[in-house]
Design a protein around this ligand. Structure first.
Ligand SMILES: [Zn+2]
Length: 323
């Protein structure tokens, strides 16, 4: 059997009305014609939506196939898993995204078909002047007020909001009402779930001239009215001076690395996902000679043990894993 190695995947983009072309201009991803490239799915195992290995002897294999056939090597101590548990995306929010909410695991398990809940985190890569994040309800906002705000088209007045800067990280637990405003380029890490309830869409219409559907009743049922405003997380020191911890949740961990000397990652019997925000890094065992560039993502299977990362210059990356 072919030993696993650091896995890179084919480009998988999604086009929505709120995108633009910054996945190419800022992150170097080759796009076709059009001005509505919204999401690049970096690591994905969702039914027909699959990350496909694009280098080395396993090229052409889907992440779902690897989960089925190579689970113990991929997941190490987190085996078994029926699907890859995390979804990692880059988002180009040139226009605001809808105001939305996601269920937790317990609520999502009762859906038909059942799904995972969705807790997510955002790392802000760039923020245009004046761009806004909406995260959590203002203190004291209750269901009645939210219903009225949605009905009257004034929902944003009920949401906590602020102007983020590059490097901010937001942790959005399931049940938090949230939206990305216009002018943000973001890395999003989430439980691999498809369930989004759209509460409010800024009174706008979709490509067909009609408002996109809302899911107000289902959404209100999963809003956690006890969760108040959400602000950027403070980063925590770790034992390694080049690593700061941004998110430590029961769903995933997000560490930020900033380094210019070779370092090792992993060796803890679980997978790690690295995505390069700045600079470039060569990975021990990568069949491709070119380093992983800015905007590039790799999945390091648990079976690799510790992997030496050699930055080509001062490099910033995110390390994502289950913990
Ligand atoms: Zn969301």
């Amino acid at each position: 059997m072919i030993p696993l190695y650091p896995l890179r995947f084919r480009l998988l983009v999604r086009r929505y009305l709120w995108g633009s072309r910054r996945l190419e201009t800022c992150l170097g991803k080759p796009l076709g014609p059009g001005n509505d490239y919204a999401e690049s799915w970096e690591v994905c195992d969702r039914g027909v939506d699959q990350s496909i290995v694009d280098q080395g002897p396993l090229a052409g294999t889907s992440l779902g196939e690897l989960v089925c056939q190579r689970g113990p090597e991929l997941f190490g101590r987190h085996r078994p898993q029926s699907h890859f548990p995390l979804l990692v995306k880059y988002l180009d929010a040139a226009q605001p995204l809808s105001v939305q909410v996601h269920p937790n695991d317990e609520q999502a398990a009762r859906l038909n078909p059942p799904d995972l809940g969705k807790t997510e985190a955002w790392y802000i890569l760039s923020a245009d002047p004046g761009s806004t994040i909406y995260a959590g309800l203002r203190p004291g906002v209750d269901c009645q007020q939210l219903v009225e705000g949605i009905g009257q088209g004034t929902c944003e007045n009920l949401l906590h909001h602020f102007q983020p800067k590059a490097g901010d990280c937001l942790f959005i637990p399931a049940g938090t009402v949230h939206a990305l405003g216009a002018g943000l380029l973001v890395v999003e890490v989430q439980q691999s779930s498809d369930t989004t309830f759209r509460l409010y869409d800024w009174n706008r219409v979709g490509p067909n001239g009609k408002p996109r559907p809302l899911h107000i009743e289902q959404g209100l049922a999963v809003v956690d009215f006890q969760l108040g405003p959400v602000d950027p997380v403070p980063s925590q020191l770790t034992d390694c001076p080049w690593v700061s911890r941004l998110v430590a949740s029961d769903k995933f961990i997000m560490d930020r690395w900033e380094f210019d000397q070779p370092r090792t990652i992993g060796g803890d019997d679980q997978f790690h996902i690295v995505t390069v925000l700045q600079g470039a890094v060569r990975m021990e065992g990568d069949p491709r000679i070119a380093p992983l560039p800015q905007g590039g993502t790799a999945l390091l299977p648990a079976s690799l043990g510790s992997v030496r990362l050699v930055p080509q210059q001062r490099t910033v990356l995110l390390d994502l894993y289950l913990g």
